[in-house]
Design a protein around this ligand. Structure first.
Ligand SMILES: Nc1ncnc2c1ncn2[C@@H]1O[C@H](COP(=O)(O)OP(=O)(O)O)[C@@H](O)[C@H]1O
Ligand SMILES: [Mg+2]
Length: 350
């Protein structure tokens, strides 16, 4: 069962991803049941989900779109009952998808699902909680300050100015795809950035700016987590913002990243630490800055990374020897194995 769409700003990305995944799954092995969630949170099955899937093909600019027709989905007309679904692939980005909520529903329904569980999803979605986990694991992160809506903005602005300096970055705690993220160069811009970030979440954070390159590592599996070769994002805009990610699509993705063997080993080691620190399972993309002084600063863990065939996570596995269709097979196997382990443990309690 492919769950896609959703209530986040990344709805269109998710639909395009679902098309690519549906086409890559081996029809001899899998019957794909699409379930599309609309932007207002309604769950669509069967023909309605098929229509959303078909529209997903054209949801993104040409650079991201998927060629050809959507595969006929054999069981699209089958009523979705939990007893006919073997595994769920949640292809939902951002809040209500990547944050543990959908994972919780799937736990309650007793369905195996791909990727991080409730805890890892929730921790990795909240940038404030995630940074605390990184710090506890001894990982270097950008210095930051958090603020809750309704609290003293003047005091916060004063502290940002003295403790973090300008320029700095302001972000909602729970978001993705650079939604609500701004770079502030002075107090006026900082106040605007704070207002803007509060439109997305009750908690926000300000971060010192890190000057350097953006390096990303894919993780597959969790016992042990295995790191892919690192990749590099070279933003075309002032920073890797929403337009650069999806609209203009001008950012350059390098896979693998031009790094020394020592740097590659180091960032892979740190990626595994960051993944474990957030208690993530099966899949994640861990993003770093390689600061100009040569130190890797961990930025974030994404539990449902971009998953179109040209997105960074699948490309990193491709260059690390795991092609797209096999990556999906491995993720599905991991999901089923986790649910089997849980069932075995319940069996032991009797
Ligand atoms: N502290 C920082 N220093 C420099 N650039 C930053 C910093 N924080 C964010 N950015 C830029 O903003 C982009 C989006 O921020 P990020 O924290 O990754 O949010 P999201 O979860 O929305 O991807 C990053 O890819 C990077 O280009
Ligand atoms: Mg990011």
């Amino acid at each position: 069962m492919l769950v896609f769409g959703g209530q986040s700003a990344e709805h269109d990305v998710s639909r395009a991803t679902a098309v690519a995944v549906a086409r890559a799954l081996d029809p001899a092995k899998y019957d794909v049941v699409p379930v599309g969630i609309t932007t207002d949170g309604q769950w669509h099955l069967a023909e309605d989900a098929q229509k959303m899937l078909a529209a997903g093909r054209d949801a993104l600019p040409p650079a991201f779109s998927v060629e050809g027709d959507v595969v006929p989905v054999p069981s699209a007309s089958v009523t979705v009952a939990t007893n006919v679904v073997d595994v769920v692939i949640p292809l939902l980005h951002g809040p209500y998808g990547e944050d543990g909520t959908v994972q919780g529903v799937l736990e309650l329904a007793g369905l195996p699902y791909v990727g991080a569980g409730v805890l890892g999803s929730a921790v990795a979605m909240d940038k404030i909680a995630m940074k605390r986990m990184f710090a506890a694991a001894g990982l270097e992160t950008a210095a930051s300050l958090a603020l809750r809506d309704g609290h003293d903005v003047d005091e916060f602005v004063g502290r940002v100015e003295t403790e973090l300096a300008f320029p700095c970055f302001v972000k909602p705690a729970n978001m993705g795809s650079s939604v609500g993220v701004s770079k502030a160069r002075n107090i006026g811009e900082l106040r605007d950035a704070i207002d803007h970030a509060f439109t997305f979440d009750e908690w926000i954070l300000a971060e010192e700016m890190v000057r350097g390159r953006e390096i990303e590592v894919g993780i597959l599996g969790d016992d042990p987590p295995v790191a892919s070769l690192p990749g590099e994002v070279v933003p075309a805009a002032d920073f890797y913002d929403y337009a650069d990610k999806y609209e203009d699509g001008k950012a350059e993705l390098r896979a693998p990243a031009p790094l020394s063997p020592e740097q590659t080993t180091e960032v892979q080691r740190l990626a595994v630490l960051a993944f474990d620190a957030c208690r993530v399972e099966a899949m994640a993309r861990v993003d770093f800055f390689l600061r100009d002084d040569g130190v890797f600063i961990v930025n974030e863990v994404n539990t449902i990374p971009g998953f179109t065939p040209i997105s960074m996570y699948p490309r990193l596995w491709e260059v690390s020897g795991v092609p797209y269709a096999e990556l999906l097979d491995r993720l599905i196997d991991l999901a089923i194995a986790r649910s089997q382990r849980r069932a075995d443990r319940r069996g032991r309690q009797r």
